[in-house]
Design a protein around this ligand. Structure first.
Ligand code: BGC
Length: 251
């Protein structure tokens, strides 16, 4: 009898970049280089699949035969992608698990990107052993969210699509809105404050975790955010998606 694999590949598909790494499933540590390729323009399923294959190739011989977990910026239920906010509409209703498994020749587990990041924090980071409700938020191309309740993930929460001024709040409060509209950090922080205040009013979490690319520079905005619950930076920052996806690779 062979032992179950202790390592898996995590692939994090974002609206801007696709990232991958090999993860030690005992510790949650990245044990390879973190490889990155820009997300192909339009992010259609065949282009994204081709790029995912390239990422696995870039990981080299160590990646051979390892199970793969993929996280993706959409609602994912039973391996089917059900929405497409910052990617091609062709993903809506696609059996992504099956398509990727066939092309990559191994079992693939698809999960929402923020849920993967939340799982990484739950298993190996800031949400470990936290009682009650933790809300993980990922601030990137969009705003993702993961609800973690008493050690369990409640999947597909989609707080970036709360309606605000007639549209999804992520259009107004994500880091991409700051870039697009050339907002000062202070101006953007005041938008983010409104997002967190609204979320806190609706759900009264016990802990809020901030992840996503911008969590690398928390000093630029976090001191300007006031919440009743403690608000902390994700321990795995921008690698949380890779780690969480890999941790689900075994099903
Ligand atoms: C998507 C979510 C995703 C988030 C962060 C949103 O636009 O609807 O599924 O988690 O972006 O990528």
């Amino acid at each position: 009898m062979t032992n179950p694999p202790q390592r898996a590949i995590g692939i994090d598909i974002g609206g801007t970049g696709m990232k991958a790494g090999i993860v030690d499933l005992e510790t949650g540590a990245l044990v390879s280089d973190r490889v990155r390729i820009p997300t192909p323009k339009g992010a259609t399923p065949p282009d994204v699949l081709r790029t995912a294959t390239e990422l696995v190739d870039l990981l080299g011989a160590d990646a051979e035969g390892l199970p793969i977990g993929v996280c993706f910026p959409a609602i994912v239920k039973a391996g089917v992608t059900l929405s497409a906010a910052n990617v091609s509409d062709e993903w809506i209703g696609l059996e992504a698990d099956t398509m990727f498994s066939q092309a990559l020749g191994r079992d693939i587990h698809f999960v929402n990107d923020a849920d993967a990041a939340g799982l990484a924090e739950l298993r190996f980071g800031a949400a470990k052993a936290q009682p009650g409700l933790t809300i993980m938020t990922t601030l990137g191309t969009g705003i993702g969210s993961a609800f973690l309740f008493d050690g369990k993930l409640v999947p597909n929460s989609e707080l970036g699509h709360l309606i605000w001024k007639g549209d999804s709040i992520e259009k107004w409060a994500a880091p991409t809105a700051r870039e697009r509209e050339d907002l000062s950090w202070a101006k953007w922080t005041s938008r983010l404050q409104k997002f967190y205040a609204h979320v806190e009013f609706l759900f009264s979490p016990d802990l809020i975790i901030v992840g996503g690319g911008v969590s690398k520079n928390p000093e630029k905005f976090l001191p300007g955010i006031t919440t009743r619950a403690p608000i902390v930076v994700a321990e795995h920052q921008n690698n949380a998606g890779i780690i969480g996806a890999a941790s689900l690779a075994l099903g």
